[in-house]
Write a protein that binds this ligand. Structure first.
Ligand SMILES: Nc1ncnc2c1ncn2[C@@H]1O[C@H](COP(=O)(O)OP(=O)(O)OP(=O)(O)O)[C@@H](O)[C@H]1O
Ligand SMILES: O=C(O)[C@@H](O)C(=O)CO
Length: 422
């Protein structure tokens, strides 16, 4: 297998977002969970997205895992490496976007990497280095209250510089408007000034085509699905990939019980849980009881097992910013996050042990904890449920999954997902 594109995603929902984008753009794509074992059999593909759970771990671990993934992808001939980060640039001043980009770039012998989280289709735009989420700057968006990495600075040149060894420059929209060659020349000029990374503006979809063309002239870039789309277009337009139709046959229906788990506290997910109340039984975990050591997970599982024969159920830990802040003040941010994730993983394990083969999970960290506990090695990418969220089919057993990034999906996401998981 010679890969046109090797991708390293810093969380599992982000990875399936990217796998979805690449598939839609005509690249045959597989999403693996972690760096694949040597004996994992994969179909012939153009792109592999290695899903890591490295967004919120110490920077040196994120670098080590990303390097391992890069080595695996390079050994399969990856022509270009994309480090997939969140379109809202989720990270802290301690990392991990800067350190991982620095490491992958220097290992590849490159002086500079193009970096952009822009994805106009999902209303993430970058202008003069400032990230906008919909109509507001990042620091005024709900991401300012994210449970793990509150984003309080919209200027990504500054944000990335605080995390990076290298200095960070800007490729502004005026340069992007002059095309791929101009962007590439600007990268060279910034590298001569000693910059190791450059935040690139992109406001409209065609800007991604320009950035993809320029990024492909180097071995490493960092971005969200928007840059993935640009790279996919460049691979197709330069004839390096012959576009394929999306896989229509992922295997027959699986049936049986279905369940949804939500650990994301994003506004979108909170709204989707509220809407789901009309369609299925919903159980809300009590994080304070859970963190005090009560068996909330066991109780939720027992609750689910009483109902699962009658239709899908949803179990959620999600809460609004004030409740999250109160729990974090009492138990600590990391302790709260990890304990709730572990409870979700335990519930998922119990559900699957009791026959659930159709599982929807909301939240990147939450999905990571669940998928790791279930020991699923890789997914093929099916139809799109909502922008950035495909249906996934495990390669080693009969199971449907959907891993939803916190901010993604329409109001009826949970019902929409289950409809596409027969
Ligand atoms: N009620 C709660 N109080 C405090 N923390 C919570 C609560 N519910 C969930 N969490 C934690 O908040 C974090 C949510 O992160 P997660 O990545 O799952 O969602 P997200 O950030 O919205 O999704 P994405 O990364 O896909 O955008 C997890 O660590 C989860 O355990
Ligand atoms: O880029 C995005 O917004 C998503 O794929 C994601 O990574 C959210 O966690």
């Amino acid at each position: 297998m010679t890969l046109a594109l090797g991708c390293i995603a810093d969380d599992y929902t982000g990875a399936s977002d990217l796998a979805n984008t690449l598939t839609k753009a005509g690249l045959r794509t597989v999403q693996t969970i972690g760096v694949p074992a040597a004996d994992l059999r994969l179909p012939e593909v153009d792109a592999v997205v290695v899903s890591l759970k490295s967004r919120s771990i110490p920077a040196e671990e994120a670098v080590a895992r990303s390097r391992e993934a890069a080595a695996w992808l390079n050994a399969r001939g990856a022509g270009h490496l994309l480090f997939k980060v969140c379109s809202t640039f989720d990270s802290t001043d301690a990392g991990n976007i800067g350190p991982v980009t620095d490491a992958l770039r220097t290992d590849a012998g490159e002086a500079i990497a193009l970096v952009t989280p822009a994805f106009p289709e999902t209303a993430r735009t970058v202008y003069l280095g400032h990230l906008f989420v919909g109509a507001v700057p990042l620091a005024e968006s709900p991401l300012k209250d994210h449970p793990l990495n509150p984003m309080r600075d919209s200027n990504l040149v500054r944000v990335l510089a605080r995390q990076s060894r290298a200095e960070v420059g800007l490729i502004d929209l005026a340069t992007v408007a002059r095309g791929g060659q101009a962007v590439s020349e600007r990268l060279d000029a910034l590298a001569r000034e000693g910059k190791g990374a450059a935040i690139a503006d992109a406001v409209l979809d065609p800007d991604l085509t320009v950035l993809g063309e320029a990024a492909l002239t180097r071995k490493v870039s960092t971005g969200a699905s928007g840059l993935g789309l640009g790279l996919a277009r460049a691979l197709v337009s330069t004839g390096r990939v012959t576009p394929a139709a999306a896989e229509s046959d992922l295997g027959g229906p699986i049936g049986g019980p279905a369940a949804c788990l939500a650990g994301s506290c994003s506004q979108a997910t909170l709204g989707q849980i509220a809407r789901a109340e009309a369609a299925m039984p919903v159980r809300r975990l009590d994080p304070a009881r859970l963190l005090a050591g009560e068996d909330e997970a066991g109780a939720a599982l027992a609750w689910a097992m009483e109902r699962i024969g009658d239709g899908p159920v949803l179990i959620a830990s999600s809460a609004g910013p004030d409740d999250v802040a109160a729990v974090q003040a009492r138990f600590g941010r990391d302790q709260a996050g990890h304990t709730i994730e572990a409870a979700m993983a335990r519930i998922a394990e119990g559900l699957v042990a009791n026959g659930v083969r159709r599982l929807v999970v909301a939240g990147g960290e939450t999905s990571g904890a669940v998928v790791d506990r279930l020991g699923l090695p890789a997914f093929r990418v099916g139809p799109e449920i909502a922008a950035g969220v495909p249906v996934l089919r495990t390669t080693d057993r009969d199971m449907w999954l959907a891993l939803k990034s916190g901010n993604f999906g329409g109001p009826d996401f949970f019902a929409d997902a289950l409809r596409l998981m027969p």
